[in-house]
Design a binder for this molecule. Structure first.
Ligand code: 5GP
Ligand code: ZN
Length: 116
């Protein structure tokens, strides 16, 4: 179900523009407006879940699809060989600012560990 005041629900419905790179029946992938790496794409479900854990608890199979789509995005962007990072920030203390589940696909440069 969509949530009226949710930015990513609006992107999924085409009500807010975004540079969409890939779509599946249940997911949409689009470029982050403030990229933190040469490839920075967000993969979201069309349905509204606040975070990955709530989606996993409520919707078996959805997270698998997001991970598969994230990998397809990475392949299309040519960042699989170098390696890419798939991040689900959960909670404001971890940096989550949009409370509609999204996986960040980050690639195209070396990544440090631990993350900041
Ligand atoms: P979070 O901080 O919640 O893990 O990630 C939210 C991401 O959404 C941020 O990286 C931010 O740059 C991105 N973002 C916020 N607003 C928009 C928008 O209107 N369009 C797009 N394409 N990305 C957005
Ligand atoms: Zn939403």
């Amino acid at each position: 179900m969509a949530q009226d005041d949710c930015l990513f629900c609006k992107i999924a419905k085409g009500e807010v523009p975004a540079e969409i790179v890939r779509e599946s029946e249940r997911t949409v992938a689009f470029r982050d407006i403030n990229p933190q790496a040469p490839t920075h794409v967000l993969v979201i479900p069309r349905d509204h879940y606040p975070n990955a854990a709530e989606a996993a608890a409520a919707d078996a199979g959805l997270l698998d699809e997001i991970v598969r789509e994230a990998h397809e995005v990475a392949a299309e962007e040519g960042v699989v060989d170098l390696g890419y990072r798939l991040v689900f920030n959960t909670g404001s203390g971890a940096g989550q600012t949009v409370f509609h589940l999204h996986g960040h696909v980050l690639g195209g440069r070396g990544m440090e560990w631990p993350p900041g």
